[in-house]
Design a protein around this ligand. Sequence first.
Ligand SMILES: [Zn+2]
Length: 272
Amino acid sequence: MEVPGSEDRARRVARRTLEECNISGLPVEPTRIAKSKSQLLVQTGVDLGKEAYGVFSYHRGHFIILISAHCHTRSHRRFSLAHELGHFCLPNHLEAIFSTGPSHLTTNLSAADGDLEKEANFFASELLMPKWGVERILNGCAKGLDSILRISKTCESSLVSSAIRYANHVRRPTVILESDGSSISFATLSDKLWGASRFRGNRPRPGDAIPEGSPTALLGGQSGEVLARRTRAEVVSATKWFPDAPSDLLFNEEARGLGSYGKILTVLTAVD
Ligand SMILES: [Zn+2]
């Protein structure tokens, strides 16, 4: 049975939306999809204040999506529009959104909570980085940060959303972290790692400290390197990040500065 917040359903609806619009190449242009919906109007570059990235509203028979001028990058604008399209395309979203008022705000996409918001984010992820596209890009060989950079470039998606998509797709045990170099702000694990019993109870969580001396911590100590989008990489013992992990298990740790965003993306890939 399908439940609200179902990732599978959101991704399926996104792929069907691409099919209906005859889109089979990358990058996907969400504005093209919006234009194909006669009831939908989109306006970008609107001043919505600094808190809201997107607004979905209803007025006299039309659904209206407004995208904020404060979205800090083109990829952020694209994801915000794809997220709002999710509310338009996913079953039961319009009813749920407009049961409480004439408009709906999207504030912080990475911190989205609630089933509707999560489902719209999964839809946006699949719309911009569809399974067939990610498979084509990786072409059977996944290589940590390099692969994530390829997804980001080809799909015109942010590095963080590309990394989350990568972890969702890759077979090799992988951990994706966002941090300021001293504590974790976001963490996701590949299905393979999440399913491995030896990692149960070891999940890195927001607020956890970054291990001292790790490439991530060292990069975090150099704000100029973060701003210049530099990378630091090293093979480290898994126990550095997972205290109870087997002592012979190694991770390739790659830390990449995210520019003026000020954060660091860390990719931990299990070494054979
Ligand atoms: Zn939303």
